[in-house]
Design a protein around this ligand. Structure first.
Ligand code: BTN
Length: 243
């Protein structure tokens, strides 16, 4: 692994993106910091990480042979890699699209930024924030949770980084051999994959059950009345009651 350690940086995703603009970097390059000062979350949100307590890193992938209409397979593989890495410690689920959940708390978030030319994904910057040894959260994020809060003891960040990267590599490489395992495991790993739950779209609240998440990233639901609906990211949210 080509590992670049930075003492302090605004955002590892931004750092890796800027670096890529002026240097050739090998696939698998990782930028990691112990002190991310302006971590970015999905859709303009921020990501809280106390200095030295969590994993905040970005991984460079070059999935040039992944068909663009199936770009979400990458997200499926990454979130399963994180789940696999945590499996010896705890059982997590994946909340569509790629949040890692322990029960109703979010233990990790993933921010994937793709650069696309024509129909090819040239680079993916895969930013991962995994809450490890942080005991208290101060931001207004609704439901953060960390490994130490769950298992009651501290975990080595270095060991966990290696395990997460190894497990992601396995899932990522498997995509180019046979994608069905990733598709099936992702479906099985989904948070609230069974039964009816409350969702909100632009028309209001409704109750629905997940039927599928397709490789274009759409969430497919069926309502209690039997109506099929499908949504892109941010067109629908799941109603979760917070602690
Ligand atoms: C989310 O909102 O769920 C995504 C959070 C992603 C956070 C990680 S931390 C490392 C990388 N650098 C960033 O600025 N963001 C991602």
């Amino acid at each position: 692994m080509n590992l670049i350690r930075i003492e302090s940086v605004e955002s590892t995703n931004k750092y890796l993106k800027d670096l890529l603009n002026c240097h050739h970097l090998e696939e698998g390059t990782v930028v990691i910091t112990d002190n991310q000062t302006a971590g970015r979350g999905q859709i303009g949100s921020s990501w809280e990480a106390e200095k030295g307590m969590n994993l905040t890193f970005s991984l460079l992938l070059c999935p040039t042979s992944l068909p663009i209409k199936e770009y979400f397979l990458l997200s499926k593989a990454i979130s399963l890699g994180i789940k696999d890495a945590l499996a010896p410690l705890l059982d997590v689920t994946i909340k569509w699209p790629n949040d890692i959940y322990y029960q109703d708390g979010k233990i990790a978030g993933v921010l994937i930024e793709n650069s696309i030319i024509g129909k090819t994904i040239l680079h993916s910057i895969v930013g991962i924030g995994l809450n490890v040894n942080q005991e208290f959260f101060i931001s207004d994020a609704p439901n953060p949770i960390s490994l130490v809060q769950i298992i009651g003891k501290k975990t080595s960040l270095e060991d966990l980084l290696n395990t997460v990267c190894d497990r992601i590599k396995e899932r990522y490489e498997s995509l180019f051999v046979d994608k069905t395992e990733v598709e099936q495991d992702y479906r099985r790993a989904l948070y609230r994959r069974e039964g009816f739950h409350s969702y909100r779209d632009r028309f209001g609240l409704f109750s629905a059950r997940i039927t599928n998440v397709t490789n274009d990233g759409f969430l497919h639901l069926v309502t209690e009345e039997g109506e099929n609906r499908s949504y892109a990211f941010k067109e629908v949210s799941m109603f979760i009651s917070h602690r």
